[in-house]
Design a protein around this ligand. Structure first.
Ligand code: NAD
Ligand code: ZN
Length: 239
């Protein structure tokens, strides 16, 4: 199965990849669904929502600050690096990620569609301002905009819509790829998960990589089981 998948990937001129939290798990960043994803007994679904932020912005910011600190100590792993190497080899390549951690950027990937935003971006809750802030710990919480209003993390929360332009590009990439590789995502968070059937029905060979079976496994042409930091370098090696 791995050999067949590797051949499809080698031969394709255009490739699109969808990644999820699993690809950063081996960098020490917990996924939302793992036990390590629990923070002070809160489930991410109770914190990563506009309602939670409206109710208790300080609590939500404390969680984001904890995650930012964790991510700032993490390094991209061999899976992130393999995807950056694949991009350098392909004529047409798009990396679509649900991750907000910025590890794909740090691994050297260039064409990244961050459909769920970026934890290192902040946005004003009152004015249109949006900016980067790389400090893992803020001098005071919640952080503020220059205009004095409270800032929020520049990520897409459960129940919010995806950035329209970025999402359109993701759909276009999925619909035109010869090979669509899905790695480390539970494939249950929509609309992101819908990219898999979209790519498939547009004629792509779908390769899935996950430690467990997911809803994407059933429609994958090759469903590979294993850890992404181990399997991706094998799948993408040039010999
Ligand atoms: P998820 O937590 O729902 O699923 C993670 C998937 O990765 C699971 O299917 C699991 O079996 C698999 N997995 C775990 N370890 C793996 C490994 N070493 N190799 C391969 N697969 C492995 O994550 P999701 O599908 O990305 O969706 C959850 C949402 O949470 C996303 O919207 C994302 O924005 C957000 N999130 C982001 C981060 C991050 O940026 N690193 C971390 C947690 C959650
Ligand atoms: Zn402002």
């Amino acid at each position: 199965m791995l050999d067949q998948a590797k051949r499809w990937l080698d031969q394709a001129r255009s490739v699109a990849v969808l990644t999820g939290a699993g690809i950063s798990a081996e960098s020490g960043i917990p996924t939302f669904r793992s036990a390590g994803g629990l923070w002070k007994q809160f489930r991410p679904e109770e914190l990563a929502t506009p309602q939670a932020f409206a109710r208790d912005p300080l609590l939500v910011w404390e969680w984001y600050q904890w995650r930012r600190a964790l991510i700032s100590r993490a390094e991209p792993n061999a899976g992130h690096l393999a995807l950056a190497a694949l991009e350098r080899r392909k004529e047409i390549f798009t990396l679509i990620t649900q991750n907000v951690d910025g590890l794909h950027d740090r691994a050297g990937s260039k064409q990244i569609l961050k459909i769920h935003g970026d934890i290192w971006t902040l946005r004003c809750t009152a004015c249109p301002k949006e900016w980067r802030d790389l400090r893992p710990v803020f001098p005071a919480l919640p952080p503020k905009c220059e205009c004095g209003a409270m800032a929020r993390p520049g990520v897409v929360w459960f129940g919010e819509s995806l950035p329209a332009r970025v999402w359109e590009e993701a759909e276009r990439a999925a619909a035109s790829a010869e090979v669509f590789l899905v790695a480390g995502t539970s494939a249950v968070v929509y609309p992101a998960a819908g990219l898999v059937p979209l790519a498939k029905s547009a004629g792509a060979k779908v390769i899935e990589l996950n430690t467990e079976e997911t809803p994407a496994s059933a429609i994958a042409d090759a469903a590979l089981r294993g850890r992404s930091a181990e399997i991706l370098p094998m799948l993408i090696s040039s010999e």
